[in-house]
Design a protein around this ligand. Structure first.
Ligand code: COA
Length: 335
């Protein structure tokens, strides 16, 4: 049987137009531009408008990716949406995206692994492609976390932004696509990033509202330690599976959570920071959208070429991690 590969033929991103700078936050919070820049590298974030939802942002990024791939949405076989900030707990965000894009009743699945969601979804897409089950898959990473943040909690609300990113993965017989990956979950430490109430463990009620425990809470120091510990070994395992070494990688696209975490990863991995894509200063942490947003932006500006070999590197709630070695398109073929 012919071996099948997955080429990434389309990519797109959407960020809401409204920008909130660190200086804007100084007006309502006991914080400063200097603290935020020094501790995180963040200067501003985009925040969704009142008329936007997670699925409306996802649809905009998806349409851009489909246009780039020159693929009508009616040709899609599967939609995977990674998000931890859906429009509703149920129905799934993926079904809202499917309904907006295609009248065909194709499978649509929401993947909830926090900031690693896009890489988890991409690896899942490749399994369906390689098994010969589906040929055209839309993979979206989207987050509207500004609605789930406690805007009185300076230790979390300054860190996040809203965005969506999407790619189209298409079956091809030419070698390319996912070459190696490493996925993991350390659920015993899940309490370090948590929305304590609003789920089955603690249903919503007046007490929840008083305590503000329906918002995200985070133990920043523990998450920081986890992230800096996991990046180098996860990269090594993904590279080993790909039969590659770090020198074969053209660009590392890390999850954009904190510039200091990215700098520590670069040092640990022995890779110059110049080979890391960094845009945290403009978008902050957009969680599951951060990697597809960085990918789409740097493909659009020509810094990343579709034939480059990429290392995607992520960590997040769970606590989860995900590393993937990907060559989006084959070397000797242009789509
Ligand atoms: N502005 C000003 N001061 C702030 C602040 C803010 N926005 N947020 C926290 N502080 C204060 C703290 O209250 C603390 O004050 P204290 O010493 O008087 O108690 C001080 O700054 C230091 O806090 P600390 O938490 O030790 O800072 P830090 O250097 O660890 O940086 C984070 C905090 C959150 C930026 C950092 O831990 C981090 O990025 N962690 C990873 C988080 C992450 O990636 N989350 C997403 C996962 S996908």
């Amino acid at each position: 049987m012919t071996r099948l590969y997955g080429a990434i033929t389309g990519w797109g991103a959407y960020v809401p137009p409204h920008i909130v700078t660190n200086h804007d936050l100084e007006a309502t919070l006991d914080t400063s531009d200097e603290w935020i820049v020094q501790r995180t590298g963040i200067r501003q974030r985009h925040i969704a408008g009142a008329d936007e939802t997670t699925s409306t942002m996802a649809i905009k990024a998806s349409l851009a990716a489909l246009a780039q791939a020159n693929l009508p949405a009616t040709e899609l076989d599967l939609i995977l949406v990674a998000t931890s900030s859906p429009d509703y707990l149920t129905p799934p965000a993926s079904s809202l995206v499917q309904a907006a894009l295609t009248p065909h009743h194709i499978p649509a699945m929401t993947i909830v692994t926090g900031c690693t969601g896009f890489v988890y979804a991409l690896v899942t897409a490749y399994q369906f492609i390689q098994a010969g089950v589906y040929r055209n898959i839309l993979v979206v990473g989207v987050e509207l976390l500004s609605r789930f943040l406690d805007w009185r909690d300076r230790s979390t609300c300054v860190l996040f932004g809203d965005a969506a990113g999407a790619v189209v993965v298409q079956a091809t017989e030419q070698p390319c696509g996912l070459q190696g990956y490493d996925l993991g979950s350390d659920g015993a430490n899940c309490q370090h990033i948590i929305m304590p109430a609003g789920g089955s463990a603690r249903p919503f009620g007046p007490d929840v509202l008083d305590e503000r425990s329906h918002y995200i809470r985070m133990n920043g120091r523990e998450v920081f330690k986890f992230a800096t510990r996991i990046f180098a070994p996860a990269s090594e395992r993904a590279l080993r599976m790909a039969g590659k070494c770090i020198d074969d990688i053209d660009w590392v696209i890390p999850h954009q959570a904190n510039l200091r975490i990215i700098q520590a990863a670069a040092k640990d991995m022995g890779v110059p920071l110049e080979r890391f894509i960094v845009n945290i200063d403009r978008y902050a942490n957009t969680s599951a959208a951060s990697i597809p947003l960085a990918l789409a932006e740097n493909l659009a500006n020509g810094r990343i070429k579709p034939t480059d070999t990429l290392l995607l590197l992520s960590f997040g709630a769970g606590l989860t991690w995900a590393a993937a070695v990907v060559q989006m398109q084959p070397q000797l073929h242009s789509f």
